[in-house]
Ligand binder design. Structure first.
Ligand SMILES: [Fe+2]
Ligand SMILES: [Fe+2]
Length: 175
């Protein structure tokens, strides 16, 4: 398997962990009320900065390549491209809600909706899209994207994460 595809799988494994953390934070917010935790803010900010700004655009590029080469999975690819736009919009809205003070009454519900969309999205990609990437794309196609994805075995444990997202870093290192 090409390194880029391995990194996309690795990212998913990390995003599943992040979504589990977000779920726990939403449960706490629901039972205790009050302001959103710094951890939740960092989590959403990280998702915006990494998942929405790097991971999804790389997938978009690869899905467009598939669309240009084969009719295999055409509907699935188009669905995923649209899904990226929806997810990015949802992350933006959650981020804005979190930076504007105490979250509204509907925030927990929105957050849970977001969680399930993210999980379903990744599962769908792993089932439908990644096998197509593997079958239809070659090393040169994957090369385009490879340098943009962090090389580290686990970018969530990068020391830079500790500086930028201290609460997220320590929560991940506890689990
Ligand atoms: Fe995606
Ligand atoms: Fe993905």
């Amino acid at each position: 398997m090409h390194e880029t595809l391995k990194k996309l799988y690795r990212d998913h494994a990390n995003f599943y962990k992040l979504m589990d953390l977000l779920e726990a934070e939403l449960n706490t917010l629901e039972s205790q009320g009050g302001a959103a935790s710094e951890l939740m803010k960092e989590l959403i900010a990280y998702t915006r900065n990494y998942s929405d700004s790097i991971h999804h655009p790389i997938e978009d590029h690869l899905y467009q390549l598939i669309l240009s080469r084969t009719d295999d999975g055409k509907e699935d690819m188009e669905r995923l491209l649209g899904h990226h736009q929806i997810l990015m919009q949802m992350t933006r809205e959650l981020d804005q809600a979190l930076t504007s003070g105490v979250p509204s009454a509907g925030f927990v519900t929105e957050g849970r909706g977001y969680l399930s969309q993210q999980r379903e999205h990744m599962k769908f990609e792993e089932e439908k899209a990644f096998p197509l990437l593997r079958n239809h794309l070659g090393a040169v196609d994957f090369e385009y994207a490879s340098s943009a994805l962090p090389a580290d075995e686990d970018p969530l444990l990068d020391p830079l994460m500790k500086e930028e997202y201290p609460n997220l870093f320590s929560a991940l290192n506890k689990s």
